[in-house]
Unconditional design. Structure first.
Length: 133
């Protein structure tokens, strides 16, 4: 069993806006505290901040890129589970059929730095769609 809480907040800062495009920055933050009663060594705290740049052309398409940083603090006595994880994200969306169909592509690179010195780099991608009817 586990218990926990989290708080998150986000802000958008508009840089430029015309009839044909919009450019803005997004800043998001989160704190999460999770406690496991059966295995207290798995309990952790996580802090996250993300900065993203977004560009939308009319209602046709949107492109965004950003950097996200996550810091994990585990309750292990040795601190071996502690890690820092960074994501570089690139996303694109295309609206079709007057916005009823949206196709998207997300590319991201995850780089994890573990306290014990082991690091990993993992690229991933996702092709997605959303249809409103």
């Amino acid at each position: 069993d586990h218990e926990g809480w989290f708080v998150q907040n986000g802000w958008d800062f508009e840089i430029s806006k015309t009839k044909t495009f919009k450019l803005w920055m997004s800043v998001d933050g989160e704190h999460k505290d999770t406690r496991y009663t059966d295995d207290p060594d798995e309990s952790y705290r996580k802090d996250m901040i993300e900065v993203r740049s977004n560009w939308r052309r009319s209602n046709d398409w949107k492109v965004s890129t950003g950097l996200q940083a996550n810091i994990y603090d585990y309750d292990l006595p040795t601190g071996d589970g502690d890690k820092m994880r960074y994501y570089f994200v690139f996303s694109g969306e295309k609206n079709l059929a007057d916005g009823e169909l949206v196709l998207g592509l997300d590319l991201r690179y995850r780089h994890t730095f573990l306290k014990n010195g082991l690091n990993d780099l993992m690229p991933s991608g996702r092709l997605w769609g959303r249809w409103r009817f």
